[in-house]
Design a protein around this ligand. Structure first.
Ligand code: VGL
Ligand code: ZN
Length: 233
């Protein structure tokens, strides 16, 4: 007999709840980043989710997104941008902000915060491991696949969610205006019904969140809902 619930197999994606993104000590602390922890813990305690996945930003010291790796002329983290060229196709490039050193592999700053430690999750996906590209999305680097379908980076998250026959992806975590947004975009592109639970995220720049929401809903096919909303499916 067909599983009557097979059209609703929701995954919870908890993005980058790591020490370096959390006040007070994180090198790239997102304002109020730690305050979303109780809500995320409540979501993790629900029986609702078919799959619970955490992601970790996981950079080598040589990562292209660190201002410290662009010394001459010196660049300011959070302020200066830089242009990243597609290693597979030099005709493609994009411009994004530079950051302080953060989430360096195997350092305390890269650890998941203890309130949401690894035992809560079925899988932990690491991203941002290739020093040559920025990777805000937990799925892929930002460049489109080549004609042969090759990508610079694929975390394996898309395959995992498809394999588990996930239908809906609920996204929470840090930061709303970077990794949560780009992860939600890619989830929607992969064909999942994608919802960001608004109280479950905080942004590096809270002033841009309303704009991000509009953009995600109009272009990205992503829904942003409050936790009290009855419209979460
Ligand atoms: C992030 C900036 C740099 C994020 C990661 O998790 O939103 N932001 N690396
Ligand atoms: Zn990063």
């Amino acid at each position: 007999m067909a599983d009557p619930h097979s059209n609703f197999r929701p995954a919870l994606l908890v993005v980058d709840m790591q020490e370096d993104f959390c006040p007070q000590s994180g090198s790239l602390a997102v304002p109020f980043g730690r305050t979303i922890t109780p809500l995320i813990s409540s979501l993790l305690a629900l029986p609702t989710f078919t799959l619970k996945v955490a992601t970790q930003d996981w950079h080598p010291t040589t990562h292209i997104s660190f201002a410290s790796n662009h010394p001459s002329p010196p660049k300011r983290p959070f302020v200066d941008s830089h242009t990243i060229t597609n290693p597979l196709d030099p005709s493609q490039s994009y411009t994004t902000l530079l950051w302080p050193d953060h989430c360096i592999q195997d350092t305390p700053g890269a650890a998941l915060i203890p309130e949401l430690a690894s035992s809560h999750f079925d899988y932990i996906i690491k991203k941002g491991t290739d020093p040559r590209v920025e990777m805000y999305s937990a799925f892929f680097d930002p460049f489109p696949p080549t004609g042969k379908g090759e990508r610079v980076c694929d975390s394996g998250l898309a395959n995992l969610l498809h394999e588990k026959e996930v239908t809906h992806v609920y996204v929470v975590g840090l930061a709303g205006d970077f990794c949560v947004k780009h992860t939600a975009y890619d989830a929607a592109k992969e064909g999942f019904q994608t919802v960001i639970i608004e109280e479950g995220t905080k942004s590096v720049n809270p002033d841009v969140w309303d704009e991000c929401k509009k953009e995600m809903e109009s272009i990205g096919g992503v829904r942003v809902v409050g936790v009290e909303s009855e419209d979460v499916q």
